[in-house]
Design a protein around this ligand. Structure first.
Ligand SMILES: [Zn+2]
Length: 131
């Protein structure tokens, strides 16, 4: 009954996406901060973020909201990729990760082999590396 009413209300409206998820998480983080830090500007910022969230959720301008979300994802992807890479490095105890001093290509060598000569697969430069 209530679910039906919500469905009818949401019909033709944009709903949720990654940007909205980000906004609502940000809002809750600020909400938590505000429990400890009573600073008026932050309160208004958090309210504006929440208003943005509701506005996007109920918006009927779907192409515009899609465009915003894809812009957000373009910005967020390098950050997400960086976090994923840090997790890989942290979990992979078999290899040591480093960047090629010549071209900056990400490389890895097996750990515990002493001093080894590495050939970069990006630019072909060779150099000594501790593993
Ligand atoms: Zn290189």
């Amino acid at each position: 009954m209530i679910r039906n009413a919500i469905q009818r209300f949401m019909y033709g409206r944009y709903g949720n996406d990654q940007l909205n998820l980000f906004l609502i998480v940000l809002y809750f983080v600020l909400y938590m901060v505000l429990l400890f830090l009573d600073w008026a500007p932050l309160y208004w910022i958090s309210l504006a973020i929440f208003a943005c969230f509701v506005f996007r959720l109920l918006s009927r301008n779907i192409p515009r909201r899609r465009e915003e979300n894809s812009r957000f994802l373009r910005l967020a992807n390098p950050v997400l990729r960086w976090f994923r890479f840090q997790r890989t490095v942290h979990r992979d105890k078999e290899h040591r990760y480093f960047k090629c001093p010549n071209c900056g290509q990400q490389l890895r060598v097996p750990r515990g082999k002493g001093r080894i000569t590495v050939t970069c697969r990006g630019c072909g430069a060779t150099f000594q590396e501790k593993s």
